[in-house]
Design a protein around this ligand. Structure first.
Ligand code: C2O
Ligand code: CU
Ligand code: CU
Length: 412
């Protein structure tokens, strides 16, 4: 498979063409779907004006395939670069995006992002809604100039667009049958947090997040999703008659995101089992290592700006560690770690609670002002790269990341 990253003109649904950056001319890029255990080889042709990479967010891959800033592919690099890896992890909804030094926010903002679905037998055994009853929702924001082109002012404080885009479309709608749909949601915005809810206040079920299935489904009437977080959601439209519509909204921005239009046709009925997956809790051993990461201002972790030339710490493979994320301000900081999923075990200060959609396995967790968040993490020795390797922890508010809120480490 090949991805060409290139400037393109696409119709975002406003009736005119917008200048964007796109993979294979698509905004968002093509959706990959791969079975766990299979190998993937994706060749990148960089026809952008700048260096780029592809990072497979949520996938644990060798460092050479992780698309970090150090492995940037120069503009118009003559030899296409192939990202090759085996998918060694459970079913989950991941995504891919550029990760070049100082330029991630701009490239993602201008359209370079796509969905990457991993499936496995455990998930298949649940018989979840599929085919036309399953859809990825790549949710983000954007601002436009008077000619319909994207505008981006990526200062370190973050960029908030003034318009939502779902799957690269303005004012989108989806025709839905009278049944249950499965939506795979990713927040692909650079900085904005969406609070998703149905306009009628109705409940929906969350069955998964970043790292795959939750232990059990949870029924909610709203959910927060910060940049790079994912959700696996079931919405029941069996009461939606032909001609009726129901809006998916963002309660934070008071935006309509996606209109569901009832077809009146019969759909699939589905009730999830009370247990979706069994997830073994990580346990910090007595005397286990505790690390503290302070997200300082808009640019630093533990007082330091990111440097391409520095490795900040070493983590032993296979050991369970507790990592505590703290901040005194300039949040939200959606904290993301490459190379392992983690379990969120505590939040003190700020919102002072864990949310049901933070159960299971996560690779990004929202750290808000005055919060301390504890996670337990373990890097699987079987997946640790031999030879040159590097891992990253960073804020996924991409303007913070580009401004230096990132740290590199090794797993040995
Ligand atoms: Cu989605 Cu290092 O990022
Ligand atoms: Cu990542
Ligand atoms: Cu941040």
């Amino acid at each position: 498979q090949a991805l060409t990253a290139q400037a393109a003109r696409v119709d975002l649904g406003g009736g005119h063409l917008s200048n964007v950056l796109a993979y294979n001319g698509l905004f968002p890029g093509p959706t990959f779907a791969v079975d766990s255990g299979n190998s993937v080889a994706v060749t990148l042709n960089n026809k952008l004006a700048d260096a780029t990479t592809i990072h497979w967010h949520g996938l644990v891959v060798p460092t050479v395939a992780d698309g970090q800033p150090h492995e940037a592919i120069p503009t118009h690099y003559p030899n296409p670069y192939t990202y090759a890896f085996t998918v060694n992890q459970r079913a989950a909804f991941n995504f891919y995006h550029p990760h070049p030094h100082l330029n991630t926010g701009s490239q993602v903002y201008h359209g370079l992002a796509g969905a990457f679905i991993v499936r496995d037998t455990e998930e298949r055994s649940l018989g979840l809604p599929g085919g036309t009853y399953e859809a990825p929702l790549v949710i983000r924001d954007a601002s436009f100039d008077s000619t319909g082109n994207l505008t981006y002012g990526g200062k370190a404080s973050g960029f908030l667009g003034n318009t939502p885009l779902v799957n690269g479309t303005l004012s989108p709608y989806l025709a839905v049958d009278r049944g249950v749909y499965r939506f795979r949601v990713v927040n692909a915005a650079t900085a904005r947090i969406f609070r998703l809810a149905l306009a009628n206040g109705g409940a929906f079920r969350i069955i998964g997040n970043d790292g795959g299935l939750l232990p059990r489904p949870v029924s909610v009437t709203w959910v927060d999703v910060s940049p790079a977080e994912r959700l696996d959601v079931l919405i029941d439209f069996s009461a939606l008659a032909s001609g009726q519509s129901l809006m998916l909204r963002c309660l934070n921005a008071k935006w309509d995101l996606l209109e569901f239009r009832g077809t009146g046709n019969p759909g699939a009925s589905y009730a999830p089992p009370t247990t979706l997956s069994s997830i073994t809790p990580l346990v910090l051993p007595a005397g286990g290592t505790v690390r503290r990461f302070s997200f300082d201002g808009m640019t630093r972790i533990n007082g330091k700006l990111f440097s391409m030339d520095r490795i900040d710490f070493q983590v032993p493979a296979g050991a369970v560690e507790k990592w505590t994320f703290v901040t005194n301000g300039n949040a939200p900081h959606p904290v993301h770690i490459h190379g392992a999923s983690f379990q969120v075990v505590a939040r003190r200060g700020g919102r002072a609670q864990l949310f049901p959609w933070e159960a299971g396995w996560k690779d990004t967790v929202l750290l808000n002002d005055r919060e301390e968040v504890d996670v337990l993490i373990r890097f699987d020795p079987r997946l640790v790269t031999t030879g040159p390797q590097r891992y990253l922890i960073h804020c996924h508010k991409l303007e913070h990341e580009d401004a230096g809120m990132m740290s590199a480490f090794r797993v040995t």
